[in-house]
Design a protein around this ligand. Sequence first.
Ligand code: KIV
Ligand code: NA
Length: 265
Amino acid sequence: PKRVRVHHLRELKERGEPWPMLTAYDMYTAELFDQAGIPVLLVGDSAANNVFGYDTSLPVTLDELVPLVRAVTRSVRRALVVADLPFGSYQVSVEQAVASAVRLMKEGRAHAVKLEGGRRFAPHVNALTTAGIPVMGHIGFTPQSEHNLGGYRVQGRGDAADTLLDDALSLQAAGAFAVVMEMVPAEAAKRVTHELRIPTVGIGAGPDCDAQVLVWQDMAGLRRGKAPRFVKRYADLAGTLTDAATAFADEVRARQFPGPEHSFH
Ligand code: KIV
Ligand code: NA
């Protein structure tokens, strides 16, 4: 199968065909989503919450993410794999951003990287693309800036819609190949999508973005509890796995497992 490249995503936008993106952090999910035809997989810093058990994305490190990126890139044949630059790995300087992204590309074998932030990170995006590294931007609600943004809240309401557009245009001018918009009003996201040549990827950004992304454990119902408004659960993996574990436990306790067909003689 032909590898997905960043220019294919631009072509989909030109044809008006929306595309899906999911996170993946390991071999099986990467393989399954790749074979299901998901063209772009993100090894997000959301691994912090969804793999490592941290309560925010802030603590996860490059050292923790690199092996996950490597597992995902090893396991896909077609999908474009984007790796998140975690908090603290690019904010210090443009040089730090390039050094960190090089690790994701060289050790993780990522095909592209993603970083959070608008106009102020245009120099970083420019340096990365100059170094040959495709960059996906991320604006609107940016979880790494949670403390500065005053918690999980919708961004880009009212006058802030102009800032959102300005940030998106700056990232595009700096060479970004796509930009994620998280938790922004659908109207603002529609305007940005219309104004940009590069694809927009929405999460909680309404139906008019060029692409849609979800964290896979949210999408598949592995994570329990109240989900954000923008999540739709397409399966109940938490229920399925709980049932499987319970059935296994019951059969062991009842000496029903293993049966003769599972035993050697
Ligand atoms: O880390 C992540 O999962 C993300 C997506 C939600 C865009 O950044
Ligand atoms: Na992220």
